[in-house]
Design a protein around this ligand. Sequence first.
Ligand code: PRP
Ligand code: MN
Ligand code: MG
Length: 181
Amino acid sequence: MKHNIKEVLVTYENIQAKVEEMGKEITKDYQGKDLMLVGVLKGAFMFLGDLAKNIEIPLTIDFMAVSSYGNSTESSGVVRILKDLEGGIEGKDILLVEDIIDTGLTLNYLVNNLKSRGAKSVKICTLLDKPERRLVNVEIAYKGFDIPDEFVVGYGIDFAEGYRNLKDICILKEEAYSHIL
Ligand code: PRP
Ligand code: MN
Ligand code: MG
């Protein structure tokens, strides 16, 4: 598996330092609020785990799983809910936790969806952002890193369901995915 990696883009250590910073900011901003972290499966599972450890106020955690129709490397804009929240979110301050924002279509859909359920606030926390790829504007409250338009994997992010367990965020070698483009 490792031999398909071209280079490390963000090291685990750099991620941890950033996540600590983000956790501190969220801790400060959400004092006295009814914070609920909503992780977007599967990509966000690792980031959410590390982020939650760095937030020092009471909070709850739930997950959603969504899938965009289309092939595995391009988002289509049509989003389908595969796993929904367990309970209602009326009056809650929701922080959507994502690993990466690409076109923005997934989060644009989720923000509108959660707002329509009566959340008090819905904000976005993403570890990575690929601004070059944006199709729809989404407001990002907390961002880890801007990254170039490269095919990245690791720290939760997959290619064909693989590589999610890598500690670093890595750029995939072109030959690993060129056959499906
Ligand atoms: C990836 C990534 C984001 C989304 C970003 O998830 O984890 O959730 O795509 O793309 P967008 O901004 O263009 O909508 P994916 O659909 O691959 O599912 P996964 O998290 O289970 O890998
Ligand atoms: Mn995802
Ligand atoms: Mg994926």
